[in-house]
Design a protein around this ligand. Structure first.
Ligand code: APR
Length: 167
């Protein structure tokens, strides 16, 4: 099981082999963390994503990281669930995002991976529930990843992730 840590900051400056982006099915980039990663990686990221699109909610695919600073070599694109009240399998789709991202990380040989708080921004997933799903899924997924960093972009998310990690 990987070492899991919560950090507060910008995922584009993480010191890891792969960063996960909270994408949409087109993999062409958008706002939020996806916008930040695409902006830092440059236009080749959207071209590589388009070649693999569409990516279903809960699935994940890897591309090179292009202009993102080393040591980041890979971007793992995953598509979170749009929150519709919790009765439409959203929790299972979010768990699948973390599970599939780790499986893809194993396929590309990434030993360290940084995740944003997938689906908790534009897609509206309640951050407290999402934090618990992230931690429990990472802990339950067999993987050769040795280090997972959960990158919080705000204090509230950081506190929720830290609390979930201590459960
Ligand atoms: N580093 C780390 N985390 C970030 C960054 C950043 N630079 N920018 C934003 N975040 C955080 C947000 O604060 C939120 O906690 O990422 C989390 C996920 O929010 P979104 O980026 O809005 O992702 P999501 O809710 O999954 O919505 C995805 O938004 O940007 C579009 O193309 C994307 O259509 C897709 C949708």
């Amino acid at each position: 099981m990987p070492v899991v840590e919560v950090v507060r900051g910008d995922i584009t400056s993480e010191d890891v082999d792969a960063v996960v982006t909270a994408a949409n099915e087109s993999l062409l980039g958008g706002g939020g963390v996806d916008g930040a990663i695409h902006s830092a990686a440059g236009p080749r990221l959207a071209q590589a994503g388009a070649a693999l699109a569409p990516c279903d909610p809960g699935d994940a695919v890897a591309t090179p990281a292009f202009d993102l600073d080393p040591p980041i070599r890979h971007v793992i694109h995953t598509v979170g669930p749009v929150w519709e009240g919790g009765g439409y399998g959203e929790a299972d789709v979010l768990a699948s995002c973390y599970r599939r991202s780790l499986e893809v990380a194993d396929e590309i040989g990434a030993r360290s991976v940084a995740f944003p708080a997938i689906a908790t921004g534009v897609y509206g997933f309640p951050a407290d529930q999402a934090a618990k799903i992230a931690i429990s899924t990472i802990r339950a997924t067999p993987t050769t990843v040795e280090r997972v960093r959960l990158v919080a972009f705000d204090d509230a998310t950081s506190e929720l992730l830290t609390a979930a990690l201590q459960d």
